[in-house]
Design a protein around this ligand. Structure first.
Ligand code: XLS
Ligand code: NI
Ligand code: NI
Length: 439
């Protein structure tokens, strides 16, 4: 196998290629339905997993080093940035995402930390311009430092609330400066471990207060992108307030924020909440809050956020079906919130992991178009609900009936038929579409 340094660019070689460092299904500039694959998929590199994570787990330290030969703190972070853009070039990835702490070293004080951050933001801007890359979103890491042990916006300490605000403010400034199109709020430690010490009502109210101030600050400064909440049911806290898409919608409606916030749906968070990935995407869509996607995959036998690179083509196809039905990404994209396994500890593995994830979603895109073009699935669903197109069903939809009329109607029915749901037949259609796509 080639070494990382010997690999200039990952090229598309097609499904028959045996070259490990080539795309089999992702052909970035191929036009499908009037749009290049790269614009349909809007892949983003996640800075934290790719340039930060070194293989640590609960039982062991790093299995790789990402200082890239540097020793000075600032030099390490500049080198990380160089490598990030080099990777994006090699992989034809157009976007990236980061937390504040991913891109710059933390100082001894908040002020020093923010100064380092701002210096690195400027450095990223020069790299963006040089490499023609864009920021998809950034976010504040308001969960790692010990001051956030009881949450950030939901901390019992008002001082911590203020620290969290300072960090989000700096990240919104950076987002504007770098031309990002989304800003993400993942709850971090916004949740609780026991109600014995928790004022849940106050914590929820404070979270809403925090989001409102963030929204107002960004809009005043001219930020035009989306604000996104990323649902997750648990981890690090036992119960995260942004449990799932439906819980987030309830929160946003309660606090009158539904017009200002959308959702960033992560595959592994969906399954932690005992939902399918596409259930979460559909829930976001039908509530008008679909924003962006954290593309990864969990291990169904493990109960935590394993953040694996996606390789499940069914899930990717169902995901891209939702994206296409939504009319494609607008300010969002597909961020690989995914890391290589602890034993996959080389730079070559990073390339191979992204290739797998990108090819998986390229297949997903191609299959999703097939699902729509083929039309059998949509026709089936349409016909399944045909009773609402006429007669009493039409009246229900139009709101021109009531319980008296419905009761009268029901009592006079001579027979009631509910047609078969035909799940197995529909699953066979998916297999049929998937395994003949290159004929
Ligand atoms: C953690 C989250 C996190 C967010 C960004 O589980 O997925 O990585 O995407 O803070
Ligand atoms: Ni995520
Ligand atoms: Ni996650």
């Amino acid at each position: 196998m080639k070494k990382y340094s010997e690999i200039e660019k990952i090229n598309y070689e097609g499904p028959k290629s045996k070259e490990p460092f080539a795309f089999k299904y992702y052909n970035p500039d191929e036009v499908i339905h009037g749009k290049k694959m790269r614009d349909h998929l809007k892949f983003a590199l996640s800075y934290w997993h790719t340039l930060g994570y070194c293989g640590n787990d609960m039982f062991g330290g790093p299995t790789e080093n990402k200082d890239f030969g540097e020793t000075d703190k600032m030099a390490i972070y500049k080198k990380k940035a160089d490598v990030a853009f080099e990777l994006m070039d090699k992989l034809s990835i157009d976007y990236y995402c980061f937390h504040d702490v991913d891109i710059a070293p933390e100082g001894k004080t908040l002020k020093e930390t923010l100064t380092n951050f701002q210096e690195m933001v400027k450095y990223l801007k020069t790299l963006q311009d040089k490499h023609h890359k864009k920021l998809l979103w950034d976010t504040a890491n308001n969960f790692g430092d010990k001051v956030f042990m009881a949450g950030a916006a939901t901390s019992p300490s008002a001082d911590v609330f203020a620290v969290a605000a300072a960090k989000v403010k700096a990240c919104i400034d950076a987002d504007i400066y770098l031309g990002g199109t989304s800003y993400v709020f993942w709850g971090g430690r916004e949740g609780y471990d026991t109600l014995l010490n928790t004022d849940m009502a106050l914590e929820n109210d404070n979270l809403a207060r925090f989001l409102k101030m963030a929204r107002d600050y960004g809009r005043e400064k001219g930020y035009k992108g989306d604000y996104l909440i990323e649902p997750k049911p648990k981890e690090p806290t036992k119960h995260q307030y942004d449990f799932d898409a439906a819980t987030c919608c309830n929160f946003l409606r309660k606090y009158d924020l539904i017009k200002d916030f959308k959702l960033n749906i992560e595959a592994n968070h969906a399954t932690l909440a005992m939902h399918d990935f596409n259930h979460e995407l559909r829930t976001a869509r039908i509530n008008g809050v679909f924003g962006s996607i954290d593309a990864n995959q969990g291990d169904m036998l493990l109960g935590w956020d394993t953040d694996q690179f996606p390789s499940n083509v069914y899930d990717a196809a169902y995901c891209m079906y939702e994206v296409l039905k939504e009319g494609g990404f607008k300010n969002g994209g597909l961020n690989f919130d995914a890391k290589t396994r602890r034993q996959s500890n080389t730079m070559e593995d990073i390339l191979l992991a992204y290739i797998t994830g990108m090819d998986t979603f390229a297949l997903g895109l191609r299959i999703a178009f097939k699902m729509i073009e083929d039309g059998r699935l949509e026709k089936f669903v349409e016909e399944r609900y045909a009773s609402y197109n006429h007669g009493i069903g039409k009246k229900i939809i139009e709101g021109t009936t009531n319980f008296e009329e419905l009761a009268d109607y029901a009592e006079n029915l001579s027979s009631i038929e509910v047609a078969s749901g035909r799940q197995e037949y529909l699953e066979e259609i998916i297999n049929n579409l998937m395994f003949t796509i290159f004929d």
